[in-house]
Design a protein. Sequence first.
Length: 357
Amino acid sequence: MVLAGFFIFLIVDIKKKDIRALTKEQLREFFVAQGDQSFRGNQVYEWLWQKSAHSFEGMTNLTKETRAMLHENFVINNIQVDQMQRSSDGTIKNAVRLYDDLIVESVLIPTKTRTTACVSSQVGCSLDCKFCATARLKRMRNLNPDEIYDQVVAIDNESRLYFDRPLSNIVFMGMGEPLMNYNNVLKAIDKITSPEGLGMSPKRITVSTSGVPKMIKKMADDAVKFKLAVSLHSAIDEIRTRIMPFNATFSLTDLREALVYWYQKTQSRITYEYVVWEGINDTQKDVDALVDFCGFAPSKVNIIEYNPIDDGSFKQASKQAIAMYVNTLEKNGIVVTVRRSRGKDIDAACGQLANKS
Ligand code: SAH
């Protein structure tokens, strides 16, 4: 009998809708349908997004009855930071538990002047980059907009707590391919940039993609205001397909065409993420192909340090090879930065996010 009651409770609970899947208008309509006034919808919306309320009980400007009614109808599927690790360089990694007990990771990267949040967009990843630890997890599911938003809020809170300043930048370079979860990423960014959410400027947000041509064009058509970074790693099809097998489907020709389209529509500079590996892409021919590939628009190449992911088949290229890249790119008027890795000691660096903990 008791057990039956438990199951009934469970079924009822599963049926409850996540209240944060509702738009403000839908919330207003919900209250009207309940015989209440539409502005209650605004109040609840503000609690959910601006104040990041985790329970209905805490919504103190609502009556007890209203809070109970919300509780009967909805859940708030907020995330929980299960574990927080701090690196010797100040980087913080959060293991984030979702409502269905899956885990994603997000990272806070402090510098002298900025705090950057590196957030996840999927549990696991749909792509199969050979050098990336997340790829080994496969894609389990897409994150909901509120789950992406909550990661940002958690890091903003940590930034205020540990560094005495708010979060300044966001990069979608955690787990997952953001353009394979485009709608939810867009909804999350809408909330992050809205005055009713965190009110951040979209110029401080970068979406990093392995390069899904159709979606890059869609972003251009949607006239998004955030920045685009492309994880290129090679501008030669044969090599790129070897290290990023999905390149066989989304070839460099298609990717370039989409980027030309993006630039024509947005006039927004493109950043390329690029790791140089010994024996893979460390020759003059490789860098010449890169120059050729990105010459059509103002671009910046971020040379990222390789973060080993255990099996040893990829090895960071020599200092000379990096210098050759830097010289050739600069000679051709392409901005180039060489980025040191952060948070390596806690497996928080690019490509290392794989829920080891
Ligand atoms: N899927 C998106 C975002 C996640 S990966 C993308 O591909 O852009 C974030 C960045 O880390 C990408 O540039 C990716 O190529 C890079 N990366 C992956 N594994 C890495 C590793 N082991 N060392 C260094 N960078 C890595």
